[in-house]
Design a protein around this ligand. Structure first.
Ligand code: EPZ
Length: 425
C-alpha cells in the first residue's frame, strides 16, 4: 500500500457479516430452500457454507445471492476441522438441536481477541433441557427432552442470545431470554425468523420472547447492511482528510460511531439514500472511547478508531470493555510511528503529526482493518501480511478503497477456487 491519497467517492455497503452468519444458521430451520440476497463474498460466509454443506444443506452462490437447498439436513455432527474455522460455527448448535434434537460439536474458532468461551451458550441451552456432555472438547448434546423456559444470560452475549432464539424456534411453548443482547443483528435475526413463519418478539430490548411454531417455511431475505464495514469506510475518509458517501446504510446503526467522528471534527449528514462524511484538514482527538454492548460504542470499531486517533491532535483514551485481548493492532501501529501505550484494557493514544509505511501483520479481522487505515495515511509504502484475517469480514477491501482513490495492490490473489475450497466438503 502507498499512503497519502484522500479517500473520496461513493460506495454501496453489502449485507452485514454478523447478520448473515446467524441467519445462515437459522436458515436450516425450515425444510424449504432459503436465499440470502446481497450476501457478502467474505471467507467467513464461505466457511459457514462449507459447514452447512457437511450437514447436508447444499449452498449455491449465484449473482451475489446464496441459496441453501435445505431438504436433506440429516447430519447433526459438526466435525472439528470445520467447527474451529470460525466463531460462528457455534451458532449452528441451537438450530441443529431445534430441528434434529441432537448435536455433536467441538469448540469454535475465531479471531484471537480473547478466550471466546461458550459457557453462556451452553447454560442457555441447558436451561431448555438440553443434556450436554463435554468429552475431551467434543460436546455431545441430547435435546430429546427439550422444553421451553426462562433463560437468564449473565452477560448480554450476541451469540448466546442468537443460539437460544434459534433453539427455541420450533419448541412448543414460550421461551423468554432475559438480559439479551440488543445488537441490530439480533433484530435482523428476529425479522428473518418471523419472515420464515417463526414467532419472536422483543429483539433490540433486553427481553426476547420466542413462541415455538410447528413448522417454518423457506424465503428470500435481504439482511441489514454492515454497520462495521460502513464505519470502517467512514474512518478511511476521516484519516485521509477525504469525503465519502455511503449507500445502503441505516443511520440508526451508526449513532455511536457518528458521534465520535463528529467530535473529531468530521462533518456528517444524511443525503437521501447516502450517509455523507467530510473530514477536516486536522482531526481533533475525541478524548475517550469506551466499547460497550449495543447501543454503546461497538467493540468491532475500536481498532479502526484507534487508527484514526493516531493522527488526531490530542490524546484519545480507549477502554476495551468487551474483549480481554483486543489491542493486538497497537504494536504494529506504533511501528508505523504512532504513539500508543497499553495497560490492560486501556490504551492511551497520543496523536502524531505523521505516520510512515512499515512491514506489519494483521492478527485479527478488525485489527487488520486498522492497519489498512493507517497505511492509507502513512507516508511511503506499507506491506501488510496475514490479510486473510481481513478477508474474513471485508469483501475485496482493496478494490473498494482503490475505487475511492487508494493505491493498494493485493500480492496473493484470492481466487474463486480458494473460496470453493473453503466451501468444499
Ligand atoms: C459477536 O461475537 C460478533 N461476531 C463479534 O464480531 C462481536 O465483536 C461480538 O458479537 C460483540 O459484539 C459475530 O456475530 C459472528 P459475545 P460473539 O458473545 O457472539 C464473552 C467481528 O469482528 N462471552 O457478545 O462471540 C466473550 O468472551 C466479530 O465481526 C462469554 O464469556 O460475542 C466476550 O468477552 C469479532 N461466554 C463477551 O462475552 C459466552 O458464552 C462478548 O461476546 C459468550 C461470550
Amino acid at each position: 500500500m502507498l499512503g497519502g491519497e484522500r479517500i473520496e467517492g461513493k460506495v454501496r455497503v453489502d449485507a452485514a457479516k454478523n447478520a448473515v452468519l446467524p441467519i445462515l444458521a437459522a436458515a436450516i430451520l425450515p425444510d424449504e430452500d432459503v436465499t440470502i440476497l446481497d450476501c457478502p463474498d467474505i471467507s467467513d460466509v464461505h466457511a459457514m457454507a462449507g459447514i452447512l454443506k457437511k450437514l447436508g444443506c447444499h449452498a449455491i452462490w449465484e449473482n451475489g445471492r446464496l441459496t441453501l437447498k435445505n431438504g436433506r439436513l440429516h447430519n447433526w455432527e459438526m466435525p472439528d476441522e470445520l467447527s474451529k474455522q470460525i466463531r460462528s460455527s457455534i451458532f449452528l448448535l441451537g438450530p441443529i438441536l431445534g430441528k434434529l434434537r441432537r448435536a455433536t460439536v467441538t469448540y469454535p474458532g475465531g479471531c484471537e481477541i480473547g478466550l471466546r468461551p461458550i459457557d453462556l451458550h451452553l447454560k442457555g441451552l441447558r436451561a431448555l433441557g438440553v443434556k450436554i456432555v463435554d468429552e475431551g472438547g467434543v460436546l455431545y448434546c441430547d435435546g430429546r427432552d427439550m422444553h421451553p423456559g426462562d433463560v437468564y444470560l449473565d452477560y448480554p452475549s450476541v451469540g448466546a442470545t442468537e443460539n437460544v432464539m434459534m433453539a427455541a424456534a420450533l419448541l412448543p411453548g414460550d421461551t423468554v431470554i432475559h438480559n439479551a443482547a440488543r445488537e441490530p443483528e439480533i433484530e435482523d435475526l428476529q425479522r428473518f425468523m418471523n419472515a420464515m413463519g417463526g414467532s419472536v418478539q422483543g429483539a433490540g430490548t433486553q427481553v426476547i420472547r420466542v413462541r415455538g411454531v410447528k413448522k417454518m417455511h423457506g424465503i428470500s431475505y435481504a439482511p441489514i447492511p454492515d454497520r462495521i464495514v460502513a464505519g470502517t469506510l467512514l474512518c478511511a475518509a476521516a484519516i485521509t482528510g477525504g469525503r465519502v458517501q455511503l449507500a445502503n446504510i441505516r443511520s440508526e446503526d451508526l449513532v455511536a460511531v457518528q458521534a465520535k467522528l463528529t467530535e473529531m471534527g468530521c462533518r456528517m449528514a444524511r443525503e437521501g439514500e447516502y450517509l455523507f462524511l467530510e473530514a477536516p484538514k486536522t482531526l481533533q482527538a475525541c478524548s475517550l472511547v469506551q466499547t460497550q454492548p449495543h447501543p454503546g460504542f461497538p467493540t468491532d470499531m475500536q481498532a479502526q478508531m484507534m487508527a484514526v486517533g493516531c493522527v488526531a491532535r490530542g490524546t484519545t483514551v480507549i477502554v476495551e470493555n468487551v474483549f480481554e485481548n483486543r489491542f493486538g493492532h497497537a504494536a504494529d501501529l506504533n511501528r508505523m510511528g504512532a504513539n500508543i501505550r497499553v495497560a490492560g484494557r486501556t490504551a492511551v493514544v497520543q496523536g502524531v503529526e505523521e505516520m510512515y509505511g512499515a512491514h506489519v501483520s494483521a492478527r485479527d479481522l478488525r485489527g487488520g482493518a486498522a492497519l489498512v487505515l493507517a497505511a492509507l495515511r502513512a507516508r511511503g509504502e506499507t506491506l501488510i501480511e496475514r490479510i486473510e484475517y481481513i478477508d474474513r469480514g471485508y469483501a475485496h477491501l482493496e478494490r473498494t478503497l482503490c475505487a475511492l482513490g487508494a493505491r493498494i495492490e493485493r500480492i496473493n490473489q484470492v481466487t474463486e477456487d480458494d473460496h470453493v475450497s473453503a466451501a468444499a466438503p
